[in-house]
Write a protein that binds this ligand. Sequence first.
Ligand code: HEC
Length: 121
Amino acid sequence: MRHALVLAAALAAAQAWAGGDAQRGQQAYEAQCGGCHSVEFDRIGPRHAGIMGRRAGSVPGFAYSPALRNSGLVWDAALLERWLANPEALVPGQRMGYQLEDAQLRADIIAYLATLVSRRP
Ligand code: HEC
């Protein structure tokens, strides 16, 4: 019984760390990323619908840096964490002139990005 409680607490903590808070993430996304990105449309940066599991640099018609287009990465939570913390360290030569210092905000935004299912085929 005691073991089960400890395990449940550990699982909850792991989810909080890994998952972030998608609702807070949506607000942070609008504040931090909305100047350059939107969910459904390309702006200064590419659209984010369907970003989880998408190949990096693969939105048709968006003018990516060759570095990102040829990176061979497929976006998941761990890679997005590294990208947002320091894009240039992950993909030297990339063109996103932005990084996010706050680890909690990164986790929240990644949780929000995970909810963005692509509505395009
Ligand atoms: C100053 C403008 C700017 C801001 C602010 C910005 N980005 Fe970007 N982002 C870009 C550009 C430009 C690219 C394309 C980079 C390239 O081609 O190398 C990009 C690319 C990306 C990619 C890769 C997408 C793909 O299709 O492979 C992700 C993911 C991303 N940004 C997430 C974010 C998130 C999340 C935020 C907010 C926390 C953010 N960006 C803030 C300009 C920005």
